[in-house]
Design a protein around this ligand. Structure first.
Ligand code: CP3
Length: 333
């Protein structure tokens, strides 16, 4: 079993595997070089040679314990034939959502539209670099995918007032999203992913009364589905107000925490393996601070199954030398 899976499945507290959200990305000059020649982000995700290469880039530099496949949570709406584009310095822009159209997409059509992602997973998981390391597949949580599909871009700090105007329609869309997320998860596992992370980046936008319907129930369905395929699942409900309640309802195999939540409280309240937490901005400081902050998390979770990661994606302005220092600090702990 890989170190990551030992922590999640066997609850091993003697090791602290490390991987980093967005570890394949803009802080690496070798990524920027490929990106500058490939201006269409979706096309890049669907180029199996390049997406394999980008996924492996961070593993050639650093002793990470997992590869996360270079793709995006928005490949799901893309697979459902909703238009998805990435505009420079703005982020994703989606076309108008048409329930009839997405409901008409067949499983085989979807799989064909994103087939290259699965090819990349197969390439990565079969690469020698991945010996004794995990290949992480991922999806966006139903709620976060719904937010992008309806809002057509990243919501800033809150939802538009009329977001829930047609709840009946929203619930129908959610059913389609859930169906295809399961297909996307299964395809990733069939092609070599041996852990799945579910990103709920906009979990923090909901009021308490809406959380069961839009977060707990649909995510629990996905978690059960991943577990039925004998694969561990990590959930990252960013900025959720109550991580404990989330874990009690959704029952993931591991929980990834953001940098705003107090790690002491998490350790006290939560029994399942924990991942992440450190503020990505720490990597913009100096070695002394990086060491101090990394040790803080490692100390707190000393007797708890813990996977080192950040509390959100690595920032593009991060110096790769500082990443190197962080990885060595964690490995030497
Ligand atoms: O972590 C990894 O290394 C794997 C690849 C990965 C990407 N996106 C590549 C990417 C993963 C796991 C994601 C997940 C993702 N995508 C999330 C969930 C995590 C989070 O950040 O909350 C979300 C919300 C998205 C949607 C998305 N994709 C946004 C909002 C943006 C633009 C903002 C930004 O950071 O640029 C993207 C683009 C994106 N996805 C990039 C990468 C490497 C940058 C693309 C570029 O080079 O311009």
């Amino acid at each position: 079993m890989t170190p990551l899976n030992k922590v999640i499945v066997n609850k091993d507290t003697s090791i602290n595997p490390i991987w980093i959200m967005r570890q394949a990305g803009r802080y690496l000059p070798e990524f920027r070089e490929i990106r500058s020649k490939n201006t269409d982000f979706i096309k890049l995700c669907l180029n199996p040679t390049l997406s394999t290469e980008i996924t492996l880039q961070p593993l050639r530099r650093f002793d990470f314990d997992a590869a996360i496949i270079f793709s995006d949570i928005l490949m799901l709406p893309y697979g459902l034939k909703q238009k998805v584009e990435f505009k420079k310095n703005f982020g994703p822009i989606l076309g108008k959502l048409n329930l009839e159209e997405i409901s008409g997409v067949k499983e085989t059509d979807f799989t064909k539209r994103v087939q290259e992602i699965y090819e990349a997973i197969k390439n990565v998981s079969n690469n020698d670099i991945l010996k004794d390391k995990s290949t992480i597949g991922f999806v966006g949580a139903p709620w976060t995918i719904l937010v992008y599909m309806i809002n057509q871009q990243s919501p800033k700090k809150q939802l538009k007032k009329n977001f829930f105007r047609d709840e009946n329609l929203i619930n129908k869309i959610l059913i389609v999203i859930e169906k295809f997320l399961k297909i996307h998860i299964k395809n990733q596992i069939d092609n070599g992913a041996n852990a799945i992370q579910i990103f709920d980046s906009w979990a923090g936008l909901l009021e308490n009364k809406d959380i069961p319907n839009y977060i707990y129930n649909p995510t629990l369905n996905l978690v059960k589905f991943v577990q039925s395929l004998n694969t561990p699942v990590i959930c990252f409900p960013r900025n959720i107000k109550d991580y404990k309640k989330y874990c009690d309802f959704v029952k993931p195999d591991a929980i990834c925490i953001d940098y705003e939540v107090d790690p002491f409280t998490i350790r006290k309240k939560i029994k399942i393996p924990v991942q992440g937490g450190m503020d990505p901005k720490v990597l913009l400081s100096d070695k002394e601070t990086i060491k101090k902050e990394a040790k803080k998390y490692l100390d707190i979770f000393k007797d708890h199954p813990y996977i080192f990661n950040l509390g959100h994606g690595v920032l593009p302005e991060t110096d790769p030398n500082m990443m190197d220092y962080l990885v060595k600090t964690v490995k030497d702990y």
